[in-house]
Design a protein around this ligand. Structure first.
Ligand code: NAP
Length: 285
């Protein structure tokens, strides 16, 4: 029940109507009897600075930040966590007595999902990433910080990952290489431990497409991951499963970024299964 002691958290986005996060967080607050509420805030990009001041002014406990604000919000914050600074994007803000600290929970959320859903840790692994946009940037930096041996980027426009390669090799020991998009020989795919699709290829409503990779080039032990969560099993994941490979969809990343944000705000262990159930009722099929 909302009363005078209720703490408010939420999400800044534009648009924000389609967010799944209120269901996930509010079910967790209710389950633990925590006096918090999570609400969506449609924040016009021109009003972002005023909205961030509103966190301080209204005493919000914190917010999530989504498209298109993840990078633009950074100059308005007091402190930024080291990994978030490297990634260049913040998706969670914590308000401690008026001091706002920015974190990126997408990236560690992804790594936790790899461990929990796929039983795979990045340490020492060769990881092949399709695409080099915002999500690829976050996860590749986190994977390299977690000790990945090599990251191979494959993008439809050559050199798209160049800046990212510089950041990773400048701050970690991970080797970074580039593979030709749609290479018919699939040379880059061999000896890959983890293949990740970070492009929207296969996302609803275009569910009949998949990135141009030949899964037969992968070793039997490889894990195939798609950041897409709608549909829950993309054509890429379906083909991988039919080839006997282990698969991971994007639902875990969505879940665990929320779990980590929840714990940052409340300093309380998140009820993961309750949050997963909250998401499952509304996300894709
Ligand atoms: P983004 O910044 O727009 O990057 C998309 C990447 O895909 C870019 O490298 C882009 O290449 C490439 N791409 C787009 N269309 C393509 C096509 N037709 N053929 C080949 N490459 C194509 O998007 P994002 O934020 O990184 O998101 C990428 C995916 O991850 C989306 O499916 C999104 O839903 C998913 N995601 C999931 C989560 C989660 O919690 N599970 C979180 C974030 C994102 P160009 O640069 O050449 O356009």
């Amino acid at each position: 029940m909302i009363n005078g002691k209720t703490k408010v958290v939420g999400i800044f986005g534009w648009p924000v109507e389609h967010t799944f996060s209120p269901a996930m967080h509010n079910s967790a607050f209710a389950h633990l009897n925590l006096n918090y509420v999570y609400v969506p805030f449609p924040v016009n990009p021109e009003k972002l600075g005023a909205a961030v001041d509103g966190i301080r002014g209204l005493g919000l406990a914190g917010v999530n930040v989504t498209i298109p604000h993840k990078s633009n919000v950074m100059p308005y914050l007091d402190k930024i966590d080291q990994a978030a600074r490297l990634i260049g994007a913040v998706n969670t803000i914590v308000n401690e007595n008026g001091t706002l600290t920015g974190y990126n929970t997408d990236a560690p959320g992804f790594v936790r999902s790899l461990e929990q859903d796929g039983g795979i840790t990045p340490q020492g692994k060769r990881i092949f990433i399709l695409g080099a946009g915002g999500a690829a940037r976050a996860i590749s930096i986190q994977l390299s910080l977690a000790g990945a041996r090599e990251i191979v980027f494959s993008t439809r426009v050559p050199q798209k990952s160049a800046g990212l390669q510089d950041i990773i090799t400048g701050s970690t020991n991970t080797k970074v290489t580039e593979a030709v998009w749609g290479d018919a020989t699939n040379a880059g795919l061999r000896k890959t431990d983890l293949l990740i699709n970070s492009t929207p290829l296969g996302m609803y409503p275009n569910i009949d497409v998949m990135p141009p990779v030949d899964l037969r080039a992968l070793q039997d032990t490889a894990v195939v991951c798609d950041l897409i969560y709608n549909p829950r099993e993309t054509l890429l994941l379906q083909k991988a499963r039919e080839s006997g490979l282990r698969t991971i969809n994007g639902l875990g990343m969505l879940l665990y970024q929320g779990v980590i944000a929840f714990e940052l705000w409340t300093k309380t262990k998140a009820p993961v299964e309750v949050m997963k159930a909250g998401l499952s009722t509304i996300v894709g099929k």
